[in-house]
Design a protein around this ligand. Structure first.
Ligand SMILES: [Zn+2]
Length: 330
């Protein structure tokens, strides 16, 4: 066990006013269970933490997702990690848990995940039993998208898309100042905009078969490139002049542009935030997507494209914000 040291964290001084409230957060990913303990900013400290999101990470806990062992083992590992987080920081007042796939947030159920194999798992109830604390349960991308919205400078946009590109692609849709609810809302990664490559969802040509970070690495290998850990290595190869990598990166950008053109034509967002692990590419992603979208749109107003601030921590921070809201409402 390599539990992080909590003894030195937190601004509380001996004899000072009560320490800030804490929450635990867990983002269930395809390869890693990303857990963390956060301090919650309140009052004058409401804007603490990464990019002013209002929660400050004080400890992290990573566990591998036992994907090869199937759904039951994955669910058990999720619950074990929730218990570990609570043992690590016994003063946490609530737990935020976010999972991928189709999620019924109101019922607290993971309806299905094609990537992690489960069906109809009552995560909220199971996690609350293990944690002995209230649990806020949500969808990983919606939670991560909310975190990116909280990190945006300036007033919140009334029409926006937060598109998170990581192992998969999905979005948080803000329409009329409101986040659109619904278990099937935001699955832009399965818009058919690419060549006819098979998708894990059972269809072909989905955006995420071309433009997800995982697909970029896979397609580079299929194009004759070496096996690489992720999209970052493909971008580096493209920038070093590898034409296969350049083609794979360019096709990903083009597919993202097509997906965003459809969204913009339908819903005319003022702002599109590109987040998730792929956004760590920075200008190498933002500039060609911005130029491509401006070139493709004609009469439609071109949205302002911005990079997400939270990278692949967005889901964990989003889970912490859900837990914070539950804690402060209680
Ligand atoms: Zn698909």
């Amino acid at each position: 066990m390599n539990a992080p040291d909590l003894a030195t964290t937190g601004p509380g001084l001996p004899g000072s006013a009560a320490a800030p409230p804490r929450v635990a957060a867990l983002d269930v990913g395809g390869t890693v269970l990303k857990g963390a303990v956060f301090e919650v900013g309140t009052g004058a400290d409401a804007g603490v933490g990464a990019a002013g999101t209002g929660v400050r990470q004080v400890a992290t806990l990573r566990r591998p997702t036992p994907r090869a062992e199937g759904a039951d083992a994955i669910v058990a590992a999720v619950l074990d990690t929730v218990a570990e987080l609570c043992a690590l920081a016994p003063d946490v007042g609530a737990v935020g848990l976010v999972v991928p796939g189709v999620v019924d947030e109101a019922a607290g159920i993971g309806v299905e995940s094609e990537n992690l194999f489960w069906r109809d798992v009552p995560f909220a109830r199971l996690a609350a039993e293990r944690a002995g604390r209230p649990v806020a349960f949500g969808h990983d991308v919606r939670a991560g998208g909310r975190a990116e919205l909280a990190a945006l400078a300036g007033p919140p946009p009334t029409e926006a898309l937060v598109m998170l590109v990581g192992t998969g692609i999905a979005g948080l849709l803000v329409v009329g100042g409101r986040v659109l609810p619904g278990a099937y809302v935001g699955e832009i990664g399965h818009a058919p905009v690419g060549p006819d490559e098979p998708c894990a969802c059972g269809s072909t040509g989905c955006l995420e078969t071309i433009a997800s970070a995982a697909s970029i690495a896979r397609r580079y290998r299929e194009a004759g490139g070496p096996v690489v850990a992720g999209s970052r290595e493909v971008l580096a190869a493209a920038q070093a002049g590898d034409s296969r990598a350049g083609r794979v990166w360019g096709e990903a950008v083009d597919a993202l542009v097509r997906g965003l053109a459809i969204y913009t034509t339908l819903l005319a967002p003022e702002v599109v935030v590109l987040g998730g692990g792929l956004a760590l590419a920075g200008a190498a992603l933002l500039d060609p997507v911005t130029a491509g979208l401006a070139a493709r749109l004609t009469f439609q107003p071109v949205p302002e494209l911005r990079l997400g601030q939270l990278g692949d921590e967005a889901g964990t921070i989003g889970a912490a914000l859900l837990a914070r809201d539950l804690l402060l409402a209680g």
